[in-house]
Ligand binder design. Structure first.
Ligand code: SF4
Length: 261
């Protein structure tokens, strides 16, 4: 995966680039059954010794180039998605990375944005580091933090997201209370792991109600998945879930096809 992706159109975020802060190999503290990056092989205890992240200077150069090229071609970049090959908040100095991206954005603001528009800085996270004050402070500098919430029970969390640390759904929900511009992203699966069974659905709806996010994104997993036995949901399944969300919480979900893993 490149450090900065080519620009792509996203239904909710507009013209976007994805920034892979995690280097060439997957670095994540979850091992989701549906992950399109394959299984998480790097142990969290070996992170400091073995993980190779994208160098900060290369990230900033790539972002600057993408913003300038977008402006020159008359198609300004609306959103910078901080994500990539795993969990971005594992970046060694996430606060420094955030500040540097914000600086880059403001240095280029007068030349890369149409009048009155600001390029949004968006982070996709699994929320496992919401108990770290520095990470929360950094995330609160983003225009949007998109939290992965695929389930409503601890049992399903362990079965689907398979955290590599001592994480829990409860810890993530508690931590999310400190996040300002919170959205939720849910990846829907089919078969036994589907949310579209009444007990699972009610628990998930309850979690969404507790989180009270600004937006809810629904998506299907991309094939191949880390566990090849995982059954993929269809667009119809997404529409059923979206219907229930609107009926129970009056939240209109955004059905996505082009968010990162
Ligand atoms: S889907 Fe995201 S959170 Fe889950 S293992 Fe893959 S990179 Fe990590």
């Amino acid at each position: 995966m490149r450090i900065v992706s080519p620009a792509f159109q996203n239904a909710s975020l507009g013209r976007s680039i994805e920034v892979n802060v995690l280097g060439e190999k997957k670095i994540c503290n979850f091992d989701c059954v549906y992950c399109s990056l394959g299984p998480s092989e790097l142990r969290i205890s070996r992170l400091k010794q073995e993980a190779v992240f994208s160098p900060l200077q290369e990230i900033l150069t790539g972002v600057g180039r993408a913003l300038s090229e977008g402006a020159q071609s008359g198609e300004a970049i609306d959103s910078i998605l901080v994500s990539g090959n795993g969990e971005p908040t594992l970046y060694p100095d996430f606060r420094q990375l955030t500040n540097a991206l914000l600086e880059r954005r403001s240095e280029l603001a007068s030349t890369t944005n149409e009048k009155g528009r600001t390029t949004k800085l968006v982070c996709l996270t699994n929320g496992d580091k919401f108990d770290d004050r520095d990470i929360v402070d950094a995330l609160n500098l983003f225009d949007e933090t998109v939290l992965k919430i695929d389930v409503g029970t601890e049992t399903s969390f362990k079965k689907i997201n398979r955290p590599l640390s001592r994480s829990s759904l409860e810890k993530i929900i508690l931590g999310a209370r400190s996040i300002k511009n919170l959205s939720v992203q849910t990846t829907l699966l089919a078969g036994d792991l589907s949310l579209n069974h009444s007990s699972q659905l009610d628990e998930w709806i309850e979690v969404i109600a507790m989180l009270n996010p600004k937006k809810v994104y629904l998506q299907v997993a991309k094939s191949p998945t880390a566990d090849p036995k995982v059954k993929l949901a269809t667009e119809d399944d997404l529409n059923v879930l979206s219907h229930w969300l609107e009926r129970k919480l009056k939240i209109r979900a955004q059905v996505e096809t082009d968010f990162a893993a």
